[in-house]
Write a protein of this length. Structure first.
Length: 359
């Protein structure tokens, strides 16, 4: 008998299990939970929205945002043990991936596994906002050691006195999680094909991915699957985009087996946990959702909202396809159609709709 069935048949045990295992819900503003000034050639600063070093309750991945001035460069990295995902929130980035140059616009992303050298340059005239995520942790520690703490809202105080060690480490990215292509063998004395096996790396454009219209009167918009075990070799996470029309919502629900981080790429509205207050969110805000935390996000009546969300472990890919209707880029908004409740039983382990209203 599975755990979920046991819980359904034993309300007392279910209540105790929920009390012992329920996570937290947290709204994080544009300034993140910590911030650091960065050495040349990057300049600007970085914020942390999620990492063990800032106290968010997971040690499996990190998330933050680079704020890079015009002409600034995030030097070449070549992960040894890490998978990364970068998304342009605002501005324009010139990506160099294994010697090939591409331009990334808002909504474009890079998925990059181990041993693929990559760098970014702010090729626009304004500030580049680049959302970054890494699996596993380690980038957070490296950035802290190379950077200088910055206070929320603080403007750059002219020239910042980085130590020579900080500047060289940042520019050369010599650390356990990143470094030159030859580093795995040189560092560990390993000499076999597994140590130098290169992972995948590819650009994901704003409209790339399997996309489906969302059902129901209150959820009009669409969901696009960006990264999942269906298009990559990893099985740790899924990354999706959800577009909400004005005033629309992600319906109240909770996850039994998943943790989730949602990032507002553009637009504004509010988030709400359980029966708590409605917390304003805007471009650059993020929302952390632990297990068993009922949550919703609602676009304001005067704006649409694009949300990029990461969920671990991945489990919703087939659900979105089964629940929605196929969409192609440029298609007109689909007519309102009902939610197909037959899609829910298979997802009962991870996605539980909430029948009532949070109000």
């Amino acid at each position: 008998m599975t755990q979920s069935i046991e819980l359904e048949e034993n309300p007392a045990r279910a209540a105790r299990f929920l009390a012992e295992n329920k996570g937290i819900g947290l709204v994080i503003g544009r300034e993140g939970l910590a911030s650091f000034w960065l050495p040349a050639p990057t300049g600007g600063y970085v914020t942390f929205h999620h990492s063990p070093s800032v106290g968010t309750p997971s040690n499996t991945w990190c998330m933050g945002v680079y704020f890079v001035p015009a002409g600034g460069v995030i030097p070449a990295r070549c992960y040894m043990r890490t998978t990364g995902y970068y998304s342009v929130v605002a501005g324009q980035a010139e990506l160099v991936l294994e010697g090939k140059t591409q331009i990334l616009e808002p909504g474009d992303s890079l998925y990059v596994e181990r041993l693929n050298e990559h760098s970014f340059r702010n090729s626009g005239s304004g500030e580049l906002e680049l959302l970054w995520q890494t699996w596993y942790t380690g980038a957070d520690v490296f950035i802290e050691e190379c950077g200088i703490p910055r206070k929320a809202g603080e403007k750059q105080p002219g020239e910042i006195a980085f130590t020579p060690e900080q500047s060289s480490r940042w520019a050369e990215a010599k650390d356990w999680w990143a470094g030159p292509l030859a580093s795995p063998n040189a560092l560990h004395g390993i000499n076999n094909s597994h140590a130098t096996r290169r992972g995948e790396a590819f650009v994901v454009r704003r409209e790339d991915g399997s996309s489906s219209w969302s059902p129901g009167e209150d959820m009009q918009g669409f969901i696009t699957q960006k990264i999942s075990p269906f298009n990559t070799a990893q099985q740790q996470f899924g990354i999706h985009w959800q577009y909400l029309h004005t005033g629309m919502q992600i319906p109240p629900h909770l996850h039994m087996r998943n943790e989730e981080m949602l990032f507002v790429m553009d637009g504004h509205g509010y988030a709400q946990f359980d029966d708590g207050e409605k917390v304003p969110i805007e471009q650059g805000s993020s929302v952390w959702v632990g297990r068993y935390v009922r949550h919703t996000m609602v676009a304001a009546p005067d704006t649409t909202m694009n949300i990029q969300f990461t969920i671990t472990p991945p489990s919703l890919d087939v659900f979105f396809t089964d629940m929605g209707k196929p969409r192609k880029p440029g298609d007109p908004q689909a007519d309102i159609f009902p939610i197909d409740e037959s899609a829910f039983p298979a997802l009962k382990q991870s996605w539980i709709p909430y029948e009532g209203q949070l109000d």
